[in-house]
Unconditional design. Structure first.
Length: 240
């Protein structure tokens, strides 16, 4: 089955170029020229990946990303005409998985889309493999359990005291990576590669920022964390 790509771009020439090149490489492509249409299309038929421009008429790409993140876990590649680092951080904060600054080569965009889809497949395969392993110590009905904190692998959800914790996709991936290596110190570089991928252009500061957000959501006292421990000069360690 062809992977479905939703392209959201208000510049007609670029939209046509993206549609042509993605279709030429075997993707099933849907297009939207504004944010509201994009939301309607994504809800009607969830795509496998979304290529989303920041500057859109009506509601902008950041708001579209923010809304979609509340409703689904589809990977999102954001496009922007600005090279400003602040713009990039805001995009990541609202839940974008990757970022591409205009002008970009079509080859680079295709590589980024392929990488996002590959990451999703690996996660699904890993979940399927975990489900086939009988008697895994921390597994219970497809979940990792750490006292009042439960990571539901099949639903990609986290519960604390039985209540859902609203995590962004990267926060979930980061927590899962830490939890599966409980008691082991993971360096920032390793976390960056495992969660964001080897081709991610950002630095290790991205890990620290997401770690702070994650602590605010799962730690009883984020200022004095007991679950995600900082190992100074090295990285982080998860204590169940």
């Amino acid at each position: 089955m062809e992977d479905r790509v939703l392209v959201v771009e208000d510049e007609p020439t670029l939209l046509d170029t993206l549609e042509y090149n993605l279709a030429r490489h075997g993707y099933q492509v849907s297009c939207a020229a504004d944010g509201l249409t994009a939301l309607e299309m994504a809800r009607r038929e969830p795509p496998d990946v979304i290529v989303l421009d920041v500057m859109l008429p009506g509601i902008d790409g950041l708001e579209v990303c923010r809304v979609l993140r509340r409703e689904m876990n589809v990977p999102i590649l954001m496009l922007t005409a600005r090279a400003d680092e602040v713009d990039k951080i805001v995009g990541l904060e609202v839940g974008a998985d990757d970022y591409l600054t205009k002008p970009f080569s079509m080859r680079e965009l295709l590589v980024r889309v392929k990488a996002l889809l590959r990451r999703v497949r690996l996660i699904r395969e890993e979940l399927a493999a975990e489900g086939e392993k009988p008697g895994t110590a921390e597994m219970h009905a497809g979940a990792l359990s750490f006292g009042d904190l439960i990571i539901d692998l099949t639903r990609r959800e986290v519960l604390r005291h039985g209540e859902p914790v609203r995590l962004k996709p990267k926060e979930y991936d980061l927590l899962l990576c830490l939890a599966r290596n409980q008691g082991i110190v993971l360096s920032r570089d390793l976390l960056l590669e495992r969660v964001w991928g080897w081709d991610f252009a950002g630095g290790t500061r991205t890990v620290d920022v997401h770690m702070r957000w994650l602590r605010e959501k799962i730690e009883p006292d984020p200022a004095n964390p007991t679950r995600i421990i900082t190992v100074r000069g090295v990285g982080y360690r998860f204590e169940g």
